[in-house]
Design a protein around this ligand. Structure first.
Ligand code: MF3
Ligand code: CO
Ligand code: CO
Length: 259
């Protein structure tokens, strides 16, 4: 069942999303060479607390950290530990905040200090793929329209989309229906988008092949071929008009191209 949020719930989703987006940006700005991923996790925990929220991830299926930190060939769900991030690493930061029972889920990928041209291209293409997807998050379209836009953009630019993990509805729980794949599967039925749906759209893009594995820690997802991976995510509200991005410091309505 796909939950349609009422006005009260949308207000709550905006508040949770704003904190998640703010913390994402603060953590991204905090990253510098030599920090351990544990220190980054603690910083995120502090900022979430400062805004009166709670991590949506800590304890979720026994997940042990406040955010997901995925370095280089790690795709998603990386765990914090004593690893030090280095100049040139690319770090995906996924932040989930619960506030008054509603969740904002958002991710970004940043270079530590700076990075090589391929890494930067991967980051840029993944972020732009997210916005290609969001621009299709319009009432009357179907989920597959988002999936197609993301996949087309990524593959046209020579990268690949992960199949095993997908975007999702989000609200009182982190993973609601519908699933939002970043690829098109022939013959798969695809729900229509309706005002009041809140969706986490989240391209996970590999520089090499799409296949992934889960490490022995039970969480960290890595590319099978060891290539770099990037991840961007926003929680988005379907409206009567343009999609509203909830995981921003200021809620943003995406201005769609004139058609
Ligand atoms: N935030 C992830 C997502 O975008 C889910 C993280 S689950 C956790 O769907 F347990 F790893 F935190
Ligand atoms: Co997320
Ligand atoms: Co998500």
């Amino acid at each position: 069942m796909i939950v349609i949020k009422n006005e009260r719930e949308i207000v709550a989703m905006r508040a949770a999303g704003r904190i998640a987006g703010t913390v994402r940006d603060e953590v991204a700005a905090y990253i510098k060479p030599g920090l351990t991923t544990q220190e980054i996790d603690l910083f995120a925990a502090d900022r979430i607390k400062f805004y009166g929220g709670k991590s949506a991830f800590l304890g979720y299926k026994k997940y042990p950290c406040h955010l997901c930190i995925s370095v280089n060939e790690a795709v998603v769900h990386g765990l914090a530990g004593n690893r030090r991030v280095q100049l040139g690493d690319i770090i995906s930061l996924d932040v989930g905040v619960v506030l008054n029972g509603y969740i904002g889920d958002t991710a970004t990928t940043v270079a530590v200090g700076g990075c090589d041209v391929l890494s930067q291209k991967l980051i840029d293409i993944t972020e732009r793929a997210l916005y290609e997807g969001i621009s299709c998050a319009v009432a009357g379209n179907r989920v597959v329209d988002i999936s197609r836009a993301v996949q087309m953009f990524v593959e046209t630019n020579g990268f690949s989309v992960v199949r095993e993990f997908v975007g999702h509805g989000v609200g009182k729980t982190m993973h609601e229906e519908p699933q939002i794949p970043n690829f098109v599967e022939r013959g798969r039925s695809s729900p229509k988008l309706r005002p009041g749906m809140t969706l986490a759209i989240e391209p996970m893009v590999n520089a090499g092949r799409p296949q992934v594995d889960v490490l022995k820690d039970g969480w960290t997802v890595v590319t099978r071929d060891g290539s770099l991976s990037a991840h961007f995510e926003h929680t988005v509200l379907i409206t009567d008009g343009e999609p509203e991005i909830l995981t921003c410091q200021e809620p943003k309505q995406l201005r769609l191209k004139q058609s």
